[in-house]
Design a protein around this ligand. Structure first.
Ligand code: TNX
Length: 525
């Protein structure tokens, strides 16, 4: 069956018996299963050419999808149970999400051509008789897409939501702003996109990289684009978590509105959207008008993004300008703080409180731990496990995403012809052996690890094709780590995963994903 991610339990009682999905097969959906129903009819309808007309569930030639409390009791709201037998297909979910994830499994059971958008020829569509019980290990199964370094057109984002759903991933973390670009329309501050979304030219990656170029670059999502992305995600039981990175990684905003920067130490009016990579000294000022400005930004974004969590970045904020700025030093004094680290922490706490008042929770990169963290805040642990361990011990929720394991910009082999040759080698097997919960946490602390995510930073990914190449197949391994209960890294059955990936590549091919083939790089450039 080659299912990815691996379900908790599969009993394949088929021998050679199958349910056949044909022109008369009906789709009978109960209350709560509407999103799964719509998805199945549109995706399987397109792939098979069959209508999947609505039924009442009394038919034998039927796929019945039902939200059932009993399944929720056993397997939780995202769990599901599939039974394929002579009485047809029964898919029960613990909740609407459960039936949706079960629908993803049903498509995998139909074979790779079920991932196409039109049938290749008339044929029989078979689902083997089986019994599957499944539920996810983590509630946060994420993928971060950096659309700031390189803008990805809206269509590419929607396509990634489809690919995430196919892997049962449920959080899209959109890194919307950085030094090199501001990617979301803010009505009250039009220059953020008029100025901040465009850069003259970019030094892409390393000079020896084939992706080095100096072309102008830019783009942004309108608020209607964002509404569409969020709604499309919700139809797939995916939450979109926006990230507005502050107080570092903010040069694009400062280029648009120079008053946001430390104007007493740099001529911020002379700054433009940054055209190189790395950690950048031009950070936000800690002044009240800057905070009010970002409250304005967040006010518009809260209307667009219904997610509980709101990511404020907080990473890599050099403190030189605050040290040099008389205004920043006066601010530190006025607030009675010990220094610049506490100032950063004070800014984060300010927004934590501001978000909490509006019923949301702050999440930030692990630097937000420095100088003390507001109680409800959660941490994305990226510089290794340490930040996540400290946060979990202090009772904060953690998304474990250490660069050592799940940074999908890191190179996939040490071959000279690897098209994106940056950082250290992280193979598919390395990623498969990633364990999000460190052994040194107690059970209670471990419960604070709410999940994991892969991060696709796009300094060296300048188009959806390159993103595909770097993200796949490694995202399939992250999906299994996030969904399936796997043994400790050394005991993981890598040969079995590799074998199942053999079947999964055929699905990715049918979807048109330009993954890195197991035998070596694509022959680019
Ligand atoms: C570190 S991860 C960063 C990003 C870079 C990435 C490149 C994090 C919070 N900051 O700004 O894109 O490394 O791997």
């Amino acid at each position: 069956m080659d299912l990815i991610p691996a379900p908790r339990q599969v009993t394949d009682d088929s021998g050679d018996e199958f349910f056949v999905l044909g022109p008369d097969t009906v789709l009978a959906a109960g209350p709560g299963a509407e999103r799964a129903e719509r998805w199945l009819r549109s995706e399987l309808g397109a792939a098979t050419g069959h209508r999947l007309a609505p039924g009442d569930g009394s038919e034998t030639d039927a796929i019945r999808i039902t939200v059932a409390e009993m399944v929720a009791d056993d397997l939780g709201p995202e769990g599901y149970r599939i039974m394929v037998s002579p009485t047809g297909v029964h898919l029960y979910g613990g909740g609407p999400a459960g039936v949706f994830w079960g629908a993803q499994t049903l498509r995998q059971l139909l074979g790779p051509d079920a991932f196409r958008r039109a049938p290749l020829a008339a044929r029989e569509w078979r689902i083997p008789f089986c019994h599957i019980e499944d539920s996810p290990r983590f509630g946060w199964r994420g993928f971060m897409l950096d659309v700031a370094r390189h803008f990805l057109p809206k269509d590419a984002v929607l396509r990634y939501l489809d690919l995430m759903a196919a892997h049962k991933l449920n959080v899209l973390h959109l890194h919307l702003t950085d030094d090199q670009g501001w990617r979301v329309e803010i009505k009250r501050y039009p220059l953020l996109t008029e100025v901040g979304a465009w850069r003259d030219r970019t030094k892409v990656g390393l000079r020896e990289s084939p992706l080095w170029d100096e072309r102008p670059h830019g783009g942004y999502y309108t608020q209607d684009d964002i509404r569409e992305i969020v709604a499309y995600a919700a139809q797939r039981h995916i939450t979109v978590v926006p990230e507005i990175d502050i107080p570092g990684h903010s040069q694009a905003a400062i280029a648009a509105y120079p008053e946001l920067g430390n104007t007493d130490v740099v001529d911020t009016a002379a700054l433009s959207v940054l055209t190189s990579w790395g950690v950048n000294p031009n950070v936000l000022s800690p002044a009240d008008p800057t905070l009010r400005f970002y409250e304005g930004v967040f006010t518009e974004l809260l209307d667009l993004f219904p997610s509980e969590f709101f990511h404020i970045g907080g990473d890599e904020c050099p403190k030189e300008q605050w040290r040099a700025s008389a205004a920043a030093q006066a601010r530190i004094k006025e607030l009675g703080l010990a220094g610049e680290d506490e100032l950063q922490s004070w800014i984060i706490r300010h927004f934590d409180g501001w978000l909490a008042e509006r019923g949301r929770r702050l999440i930030g990169w692990d630097e937000i731990l420095e100088g003390g963290l507001a109680p409800g805040a959660a941490v994305s642990s990226w510089r290794g496990y340490e930040g996540g361990i400290a946060a979990a011990r202090a009772g904060h929720d953690v998304v474990m995403c250490p660069e050592s394991h799940v940074y999908l910009d890191w190179r996939q082999s040490d071959r000279a012809d690897e098209p994106v040759p940056i950082a250290r080698v992280r193979t598919l097997e390395d990623v498969y052996r990633f364990e999000p919960v460190p052994a040194e946490l107690t059970g209670e602390q471990a419960a604070h690890v709410i999940g994991t995510q892969a991060n696709a930073w796009t300094e060296v990914m300048d188009s959806p094709r390159v993103v595909d190449y770097m993200v796949f197949p490694r995202l399939a391994a992250v999906a299994e780590v996030a969904w399936s209960e796997l043994p400790a890294p050394a005991e993981r059955d890598w040969p079995d995963f590799e074998r199942r990936m053999g079947g999964h590549y055929a699905r990715l091919d049918a979807l048109g994903v330009e993954y890195r083939p197991p035998g070596g790089p694509l022959p680019w450039q």
